[in-house]
Structure formats: structure tokens, C-alpha cells
Design a protein around this ligand. Sequence first.
Ligand code: PEP
Length: 251
Amino acid sequence: MTTTISPLIAGNWKMNGTRSSLDELAALASLLTTGEAPRAIVVVCPPATMLAAVARHGATAGIQAGGQDCHAESHGAHTGDISAGMLADAGAQYVIVGHSERRADHGETDELVRAKAEAAIGAGLKPIICVGETESQRDSGAAETVVSAQLAASIPDAAEQHEVIVAYEPIWAIGTGRTPTVQEITAMHASIRAQLVARFADRGPSIRILYGGSLKPQNAREILEVENVNGGLVGGASLLARDFYTIISAV
Ligand code: PEP
């Protein structure tokens, strides 16, 4: 891990969680406040229905809240959508944009992801911008080219002045229990860093690059140690306080 960048571990609850999940949040808060102080910034991204509660209950333990998506517009006739300003109003400080599940389920393009990231910045949120290749793209040797194109089109120019976070999530690793090798993660994160440095002279060296995709208590230490891995985006393993805490403690 690059030592000059403070690491961040974000939990993506996806479409999981009702009010009873606040017990798990309370368990996480208790682990974080009774054990050794975490070396990572801890973020939980629950479903929007729970955002205000997570922001409120997590605050005392230093847990920050994030949304899982936002609309590119600030308001208007978009039934069922939520704007970045609404997430901020509910207590969010971060928002995931361009998760591969949204790219696949909702046809989100890089251009739309960039617009959402811009909206997030405009509302004072830090966007966590997701990129990642499919299995066939990796097998054909195109992983770095694909991710590079996604990065170029998804990250707004405003990243030169505002904090953004990149999450590299190989699609074939999400929810599958499979992960790239340490060598593959090292190569991809180095390639992302090089691109960020080339595009954003001042901020490029310090933009966090998270790894996501079947990050578990068993593999967290090995992956989080990799150069240019500045934390993780955790799906399934963030739903159980003990597992998520073990990953946070691996930093
Ligand atoms: C994710 O969906 O962002 C993710 C990383 O999921 P999982 O950890 O379950 O693979």
C-alpha cells in the first residue's frame, strides 16, 4: 500500500438491509471503538432508505456514510431517482458511481458515470468511481486497455480540484469468491496510477485507488499490501460486522 495516502475501506451493502441491519452497524461501531483504532477511513454505503440512519448511528464510531448511486441532475421529473444533493442532505459524504451492476442493469455509460461524478462533486460528495473488465476482456489480454478507456471517460476534469476515488473492480471477481493474482492487481493498479498521474499533475499521485471484488477476511491482508492499493470496496463481506472489521483491521 502507498503509505502517503490514508487508506479507505468502503462497504457496499447493495440491495441488502432493513432497519434490523442497524444491529450489525452497532456491532461494527462497537468493534471499531473498543479495539485498536482503525488505520483506515471507514465508509458504509447502505440502501438509500437507510442512509440517514447509518449516518446518524455510525458517526460516533467514525463510520461515514455513502450512497450507492445518484442521478446526474440535481432535481426534477425523475421518478424513483435520488440526487447527489439529497444524499448529502441525508448525511452522505461519499457516493459510488458506475458500479458494474449499475452499468449492466441500467445501461450506464462512461459519459453518464462522469456526469454523476460531476453531480456528486457539485453536491460536496466524494464520488467513488468504479471501473473494471469482464472475464473475457481479461482473457483476451485487454483488461488494461478497457479500464484505461473507462477511466479516461468516467473521471471528470474536476478531479484536478476535488477529491475523487477510483475503485478497480474486475467484474468477474465481484461476488464470485475469485480474485486476480497479486501480480495482476499490482499491474492494474500501477497502470491506473500512471494514468492518473499523467492526467492530473497535482492530484494524480494522491487519488485513492481501491480494490474491489471478493475482498474477504482471508485475502484482505495480502491484497491491501499491494502497492497503489489504497483500500478496498467490499460487497458481501461488509454485511457482517465481524468480517468487515477484520478487513478494516488488515490495513
Ligand atoms: C462490490 O459489489 O462492489 C463488491 C466488491 O462485491 P463483493 O465484495 O461481494 O465481491
